[in-house]
Design a protein around this ligand. Structure first.
Ligand code: TRP
Length: 367
């Protein structure tokens, strides 16, 4: 996901990756059309690592898009990737708490638990069991080449790299294929992972499918995620302390925006290349109000940085008021929250067991 703290865009994007990204963009436009024409053809699998509260970058980058797809009528599985948290830390800080916070953020944004299956890795054993046959289908050299994993290792706070770090893209294949997801909304950094999933699906079908496709080859739906910067002008990220949480209240939002970095030019314009900090604030207001950033900048104009901050604060607090209220309502009823997860896990388990049976049958008939 484009705004995730753990996954950053590879800085040394090779020409081949750039080419793949362009191709994925073109394909995504086609997929968008297919989705609106026939949403029933698609099953979306999407997910996040539970590492704390989501912020506005996550909201505009992924949550918003999830809800949009849901409203178009696409079936959706939403994974809380709790095992994936262990790729770069020995123990999750507050596993249960973080899972609940993440689910709250989804529900607040509008993910509907009656339609979407919300579930966690750790509650779906049959999903995890797919990892074993899937691991046999990829080479160590392939695992070693994954640019997103390389980047994560470079930024890891751990002194040694665990086996899970190398193999989690294959685990991610299990995340997607257990429910035969065929559409995965992602940011560019996730494209190499999706390629692993496609490879696993293809090789499984070739080796064990007996002429039929057990798994679909899922496609990436690249998000047109606008890049929101944090209040210090660098990428918005929990770990940098520059993020505005979805769950923040109006006062905290005002305080954070008041402290946001701007520049010395008084007149407000929208010019992301030359004025990244100011433009990101303008963009944030524009996203909240659903209008073009140029228009927002023009209106503020001579009111300068203080006018800009006032406008952004109001825009954020207005837009998020109902979302935050919904979050607070769900947060008050923890037993209902746990019930949502229990039901999601139950549905995910049923699907995973069916798939695992199918995998066993396909494999046994070949050994
Ligand atoms: N890797 C994703 C992230 O960085 C989370 C994730 C886990 C995921 N499994 C997935 C995303 C499967 C899409 C599909 O947050």
């Amino acid at each position: 996901m484009p705004y995730d703290d753990e996954s950053t865009l590879p800085t040394d994007t090779a020409p081949a990756d750039a080419l793949a990204a362009t191709a994925a963009q073109a394909r995504s436009a086609v997929l968008e059309r297919l989705v609106s024409e026939d949403p029933g053809r698609f099953r979306v699998l999407t997910g996040d690592r539970p590492t704390g509260r989501l912020h506005l970058g996550h909201y505009f980058g992924t949550l918003h898009n999830r809800v949009r797809l849901q409203e178009l009528g696409v079936e959706m599985f939403v994974l809380v990737a709790d095992y994936q948290v262990l790729t770069d830390r020995d123990v999750a800080e507050d596993p249960a708490g973080f899972v609940e916070e993440l689910v709250l953020d989804q529900l607040a944004a509008g993910v509907d638990p009656a339609r979407a299956v919300i579930f966690t890795h750790s509650a779906v054993p049959a999903l995890n069991q797919l990892l074993l046959p899937f691991l046999s289908l990829v080479s160590v050299a392939e695992l070693n080449r994954n640019p997103t994993v390389k980047e994560e290792i470079a930024h890891s706070r751990q002194s040694s790299v665990s086996g899970l770090m190398f193999t989690y893209p294959v685990h991610q294949a299990a995340d997607i294929l257990f429910c035969k997801g065929n559409l995965v909304p992602v940011g560019q950094d996730q494209l190499p992972h999706l390629e692993v999933t496609r490879t696993v699906a293809r090789r499984f079908n070739d080796r064990y499918g007996n002429g039929t496709a057990v798994f679909p080859e899922p496609e990436a739906l690249l998000s047109k995620a606008p890049l929101l910067l944090g209040t210090d002008g660098t990428k918005m990220s929990k770990s940098r302390g520059n993020a505005i949480a979805l769950a923040a209240d109006a006062d905290e939002t005002a305080r954070l925006i008041r402290g946001a970095r701007t520049d010395a030019e008084r007149h407000i314009t929208y010019d992301p290349a030359r004025r990244p900090e100011v433009s990101s604030l303008v963009l944030l207001a524009a996203l909240c109000q659903g209008r073009p950033p140029q228009q927002v900048a023009e209106e503020i104009g001579a009111a300068g940085a203080s006018g800009l901050k006032k406008c952004v604060t109001e825009a954020v607090n207005d837009h998020f008021a109902p979302i935050r209220a919904r979050r607070a309502r769900y947060a008050q009823d923890r037993s209902y929250l746990r019930e949502i997860l229990r039901e999601g896990n139950e549905r995910a388990n049923a699907v995973a067991e069916t798939t695992l049976d199918e995998v066993r049958r396909a494999m046994n008939s070949r050994c």
